[in-house]
Ligand binder design. Sequence first.
Ligand SMILES: [Fe+2]
Ligand SMILES: [Fe+2]
Length: 508
Amino acid sequence: MSGISRRGLLAAGAGGAVLLGTPGVAAASPELWRRPGALGAPPVSGLHLQFGSDASREAVVSWHSTASVARPRVLLGTPDGGFGRTVEAETTTYRDAKSGTEVQVHHARLTGLRPDTDYVYAAQHEGAAPELGTVRTAPRGRAPFRFTSFGDQGTPTLGKLSGTTYVNDNLGSPFAGDVTAAVEGAAPLFHLVNGDLCYANLATDRVRTWSDWFENNSRSARYRPWMPAAGNHENELGNGPIGYGAYQAYFSLPASDSDPETRGLWYAFTAGSVRVISVNNDDVAYQDGGNSYVHGYSGGAQRRWLEAELSRSRSDPGIDWVVVCMHQVVVSTVDKFNGADLGIRESWVPLFDKYGVDLVVCGHEHHYERSHPIRGQQPNDTRTPIPTDTRTDVVDTSRGTVHMVIGGGGTSAPSNKLFFAPAQCRVITGVGAADPSTGKRPPIYVMEDAPWSAFRDPDHAYGFASFDVDPGKPGGHTTMAVTYHAVTGPYGATVPVDQFTLTRPRRG
Ligand SMILES: [Fe+2]
Ligand SMILES: [Fe+2]
């Protein structure tokens, strides 16, 4: 948050009728805000941001309601100039198949923004008090910035009445709130959410669970985009043709020329010299991890898009770093949890190798570990990744892709006490016939040694990673300083656990 007093903004929003705008600035027409009367309009809920495909120019402001609203819109301006522009929002709806509740999600697309610039905005609809936020656009070209990442969060709230006591029914814990404060404290340009957002597919009340997730994270996601990848727990029975209908409604993500059924499940955006590519691994993973088994749902469309996107990214002279955000993993060294998935090794890893992906951030396993740079695969049943270097403090990603498992976003089921000693990997190589009582296909596991394992954190259940991009000098190297921060308590308390540097030659 450079240059903006967030406290001042929020105080203005809470103050009842407030005259905003700067007298004498023609571009900023003042607008009188009033608290809503007794009309009962739903509030602006779950305010959050996304970047467009060019994060230096485009962002989307989103919020939701469970009743119709009139004129959803965003007032947009700058810290100095007041709100000079009104952007009408478009409303997307989905009806939750379990409760029958219709959710309306309002997306206001902000275009033509200036790079590396702070904006202020107010989201509102008729009869509702405006909710305020800020967004900073990405720099253009090679410039320093920070991003952060974790997966597998849940909510810190209690959504289910069990007897006379409320309990959490989305695999959440109090740390699902603490990580949000910690990420906000790191003030990234954007945050990558590596799937398994709120585990709504486990919850008694899915709509409440999504609402709780956005309410918990709005205190960060209204100031910086939280860019997601869909995980297996975003797959909800009956919601949309594949099960991601809720996820697809809540987020307005960069277009990827895919058909409406798969909208938002894979996309890419550029920030500075970093291209972030988000994919949905349920399409290629063998594991049966969602409410329904959707392996192969895109019929190869996602793979074709990914290859074209990787090819474009690697031939773009303005892009140094290619970062993939996804959920299920290529590497894992814990027992009695999910394991690595051969489907991803077969479908994605050859593409990551061919196009030189630098970094993969993922989740699904509820702990932190990372790989050495890997390139190529052993010709065995599990396609064991081949490490190309074993140095752990400085890693040249032009020699191989570093995979980071960052699944300590807050669940009540951490896996950091389940590491194999020494490191080994359980690989899911297929599934058996569906169990008639559960309908689930049991995984088939094959064990492998894990020469690619570089670092594991058995001591902390929760945390996130930060990445500080340094563009370096022309003709030299660009670096990312990476820190995995364990989240140890409330108020954003963290401890640095793993620190290393990714480096690669600059392309320009
Ligand atoms: Fe998870
Ligand atoms: Fe998962």
